[in-house]
Design a protein around this ligand. Sequence first.
Ligand SMILES: Nc1ncnc2c1ncn2[C@@H]1O[C@H](COP(=O)(O)OP(=O)(O)O)[C@@H](O)[C@H]1O
Ligand SMILES: [Mg+2]
Length: 308
Amino acid sequence: MIEIKNVSKNYGEIQALKNVSFEINSGELFGLLGPNGAGKTTLINLLNTYLPLKAGSITINGLSIKSDVKELKQIMGVVPQEISLYEELTAMENMKFWGNNYRIKSEILKDRIEYYLKLTGLYKRRHSPVAEYSGGMKRRLNIASSLLHEPKILMMDEPTVGVDPQSRNYIFELIEKLHEEGRTIIYTTHYMAEAERLCERIAIIDYGKIIALGTKEELYKILEHKNALHLTFIDKIDSEEVQKIVPEFDIRKKSKNSVYISGDNLIKRIPNILKKLEQYKNETVDIHIIRPNLENVFLQLTGRELRE
Ligand SMILES: Nc1ncnc2c1ncn2[C@@H]1O[C@H](COP(=O)(O)OP(=O)(O)O)[C@@H](O)[C@H]1O
Ligand SMILES: [Mg+2]
């Protein structure tokens, strides 16, 4: 179990983390979801001892992040946000470099390199220099190298940024497999759909604070209204005009020509909404129902959109 208590971190004037406390269970696939600059990487780097912890405490399986660094390094693996590979070296050579860094005996290392290159779908390209790899392949190699010492806890900091859709799916399946094998995985992302798809529990972080934490179903309960209607009009709209037509609903502008409408028993009241909108000069051209999602949870909590 990972216990994070009252952790703060400043970079000069910038308060990157503000009194953060929560726990991650052993074997959990845990998501840290928040916009750019929220403090995700800072927290990951405190957990993996890359940054010194000065305010608060963190223990991992009972070991202190401050005094048991050597033991912790053996059980933790990190896939950093910035890809760290030697471009001129091949995948094999990069893996050897990282394996030697972890002081893995060469006969064991050989087998592990083969195993993890196969697992990440890179074995056939093992002798090509990394410079010739796509963004997705580099990410996969970064993941493979983080697994060489077979860590029980894996931290992945935005591992799908700059990755093509095919590699992204490959990475998701890989994460699910690593999780099924019993590893604890901490996954940071600013893509709410990724957190929804992958994570058992999710902490939403914003401006250095955890603003919500739970399973996605628990987080959806925060929503005032379960569903919303996304209405698109042919021309640009003034959301106040739409509000006047349906004063009994909550209206939020989505784009220059679309709004979200929400309210109690929304679905049953759709015919009524459409009927009223007939009097609006602007023609409705598209309508669909938005199911509860983390984007809306974030919006409700912060008043801002969690943009990609
Ligand atoms: N080395 C640094 N020096 C100064 N400010 C930093 C540094 N690293 C991060 N920050 C600031 O700390 C805040 C949190 O950053 P970060 O942890 O990288 O967020 P995230 O990973 O969620 O995008 C941001 O305001 C960022 O600009
Ligand atoms: Mg980051």
